[in-house]
Design a protein around this ligand. Structure first.
Ligand SMILES: [Fe+2]
Ligand SMILES: [Fe+2]
Length: 302
């Protein structure tokens, strides 16, 4: 008689908001665009706070820990320019570990980048998976299955007014998310939702928040999920939101490249091990010289 097959655990590294800066090859004509001029000034300031070398360290750790996958929940770039995206894609390819991404508001910084679906075009290979429909508008959510684990990539990214950093999932995407979560739940998969913006009420300031957070929360409450991972606020955010059978843990990670040493804002990444319905996390924090394991327990798990 055949032994019952053991599901394969999935081990992945989660980081976010790496904001890799590259203005190489950006011609002066681009700066005639007002939004870009403001953006470039902002980014040059921001460049002092984010260090790409920290992302290189994260990649080294991903290799040392021999993870199956690296997951990045948005704001890979600053201005959503082709040159930035090319730089980032080359970096992700060089990792030689499979990578999953979802976009953040900075990856949809200009209307042009959104109109040309620049992020979806250039990062397509990191967002392969199952979709409900094959129209470009059906691109999100996408589902990547790893044995009994499903990573579900949701987009909140769209170009917003200057100084606004809001996100929206949108009614149509929410409908697809609802159907996907229901079907994957029925199959008994462990569902990990990847989204850029925080999903717990009161966490983000207005002009920085998820506009349809309530409608997203209703889908999660109705269909359930086992874990939600996000970024955006550049600080550690942890809690739970109502689910179907149990509350759903929400882990917001700070930026992976922020040089800040303020508690909760220091650069961080987490390593998850998802084995059946059991999920473990090890959080690693930047101490000014290196990433060190944090004793902070994982909220909402187990
Ligand atoms: Fe960010
Ligand atoms: Fe963001």
């Amino acid at each position: 008689m055949l032994e019952p097959r053991q599901p394969m655990p999935l081990r992945f590294l989660h980081c976010s908001d790496i904001h890799l800066l590259s203005l190489r090859g950006v011609g002066p004509r681009r700066f005639l665009n007002k939004r870009l001029t403001g953006g470039v000034n902002l980014m040059l300031k921001r460049g002092k706070h984010h260090d790409e070398a920290l992302f290189d360290r994260i990649v080294e750790r991903a290799r040392e820990h021999d993870v199956d996958r690296v997951v990045i929940t948005g704001d890979l770039s600053n201005l959503a320019l082709e040159q930035e995206f090319e730089h980032i894609v080359a970096k992700l390819d060089a990792i030689e570990i499979p990578v999953t991404v979802v976009p953040g508001n900075h990856d949809a910084y200009t209307r042009g980048s959104v109109r040309h679906r620049r992020f979806e075009q250039m990062f397509a290979r990191f967002m392969h998976g199952e979709r409900l429909g094959d129209h470009p508008d059906d691109f999100y959510p996408f589902v990547q299955r790893y044995d009994e684990v499903a990573l579900i990539g949701v987009s909140t990214a769209h170009a917003s007014l200057p100084l606004y950093a809001v996100g929206t999932v949108g009614e149509r995407q929410l409908q697809r998310l609802d159907r996907m979560l229901e079907a994957l739940g029925r199959e008994g998969l462990t569902r990990v939702v990847l989204i850029h913006h925080p999903v717990m009420p009161g966490v983000s300031k207005r002009r920085h928040d998820l506009v349809d957070l309530k409608a997203f929360g209703e889908v999660i409450a109705r269909r359930g999920a086992e874990l939600i991972l996000h970024g955006h606020e550049h600080k550690a955010i942890e809690g739970v939101i109502p689910g179907l059978e149990a509350p759903v843990p929400v882990h917001g990670i700070s930026s992976g490249t922020n040089l800040s040493l303020h508690a909760g804002r220091e650069a961080a990444f987490s390593i998850y091990r998802v084995d059946g319905r059991s999920i473990d996390r090890d959080l690693h924090l930047w101490d000014g010289r290196d990433f060190k394991p944090s004793p902070r327990p994982a909220n909402g798990l187990g």
